[in-house]
Design a protein around this ligand. Structure first.
Ligand code: GLU
Ligand code: ZN
Length: 321
């Protein structure tokens, strides 16, 4: 255990040491490329929130969308997490190896009459106003080569986020029957995330604010499956410009495995940690231990997006939007 170098604010919102872990958090990257600064934020925020609550932190590889999976990316992500001191507490699970779980839940929803095939193309949906109007709900379309949608029996148009407070979701999105199995036969993100969060007994989800709308759908699926949902907290999304998250497409570079300190310090400043204090710390272990000790959810920036400019390899500039 690290000895803190300075005195730290009292933490009243966290359980005492020695309490059995009732907190299970996770980081769920899609292995479509290396970790970049944006994904480091999500990894780091979920890790620190878990550790500050004396909880467990799991890593789940979301490699369900096989056409987007890049060979070797999953291993590379794990190597990067280790280089950044972010060690996970249980064996990593891979969605590609869990089809039986997804099939089981899909069968359950189907036998309850809550799933139907949809023949609508993206273009048709766009022409009808951009939202799915549950067009195929009562049509008896063939299952073969069609997407499967779940009847939205529990529309959620509002929920409470741990950082952002009340989040409202457009009514049309809340009412949409959403896809649980794609036309190409792949299980859809909404389904697998909820099945995995239930199966892994995740109690807290900390992730980027690009997933606010999916959260409403996930909450409704938890209801449909009669499970208590985890608590959700969405940290600001690192964007290259308003509305565009850092990604390979806009040339967010992979973060450096050999020199983790600059990106780690920048990620901590992004998350609202005191940049003067952290500038004096010079190992990964000390930085994470310090961050976990001083962490308060209320110090996280309450923004949906923060613009990031990388000035050089070790210097970043942030602009809340
Ligand atoms: N795999 C998703 C992503 O990389 C994150 C899913 C989640 O955290 O629920 O965007
Ligand atoms: Zn349809």
């Amino acid at each position: 255990m690290q000895t803190p170098k300075t005195s730290y604010p009292e933490q009243t919102n966290l359980p005492a040491l020695g309490t059995p872990p009732i907190y299970r958090g996770r980081f769920a990257p899609s292995p479509s490329g290396s970790l970049h600064f944006g994904s480091l934020i999500a990894a780091l925020a979920s890790y620190i929130d878990a550790k500050a609550h004396h909880g467990q932190w799991l890593v789940r590889m979301e490699d369900i969308d096989t056409p987007r999976v890049v060979l070797g990316a999953a291993d590379e992500i794990l190597t990067t997490l280790e280089a950044y001191g972010l060690f996970w507490d249980e064996k990593v699970v891979y969605q590609s190896q869990r089809h039986h779980l997804y099939q089981e839940v899909l069968a359950e929803l189907t036998s309850a009459g809550n799933v139907y095939p949809c023949i609508c193309t993206r273009k048709q949906i766009k022409q009808r106003g951009g939202f799915y109007d549950n067009h195929c709900r009562n049509l008896q379309n063939p299952v073969e080569s069609n997407a499967l949608r779940v009847r939205q029996n529990y529309p959620i148009n509002q929920f409470k986020d741990g950082l952002l407070g009340k989040v409202s979701i457009p009514e049309q999105i809340a009412q949409e029957d959403y896809i649980v199995k794609r036309r190409d036969g792949l299980y859809a993100y909404q389904l697998v995330v909820v099945v995995d969060d239930i199966e892994q007994q995740i109690s807290h989800v900390v992730r980027g604010a690009d997933l606010l709308e999916p959260t409403a759908r996930q909450l409704s699926l938890f209801k449909q499956l009669h499970h208590t949902p985890p608590k959700y907290l969405h940290v600001p999304l690192a964007v290259a410009e308003p509305g565009f998250k850092l990604s390979k497409q806009n040339h967010a570079p992979a973060i450096d495995n050999k020199a983790p300190l600059p990106a780690l310090k920048a990620a901590l400043s992004f998350l609202g940690f005191d940049s003067t204090e952290l500038s004096h710390i010079d190992t990964v272990v000390d930085l994470l231990s310090w961050a976990t000790t001083v962490y308060l959810q209320t110090n996280l920036p309450q923004h949906r997006e923060i613009q990031v400019n990388q000035l050089n390899a070790s210097e970043y500039q942030f602009q809340p939007l």
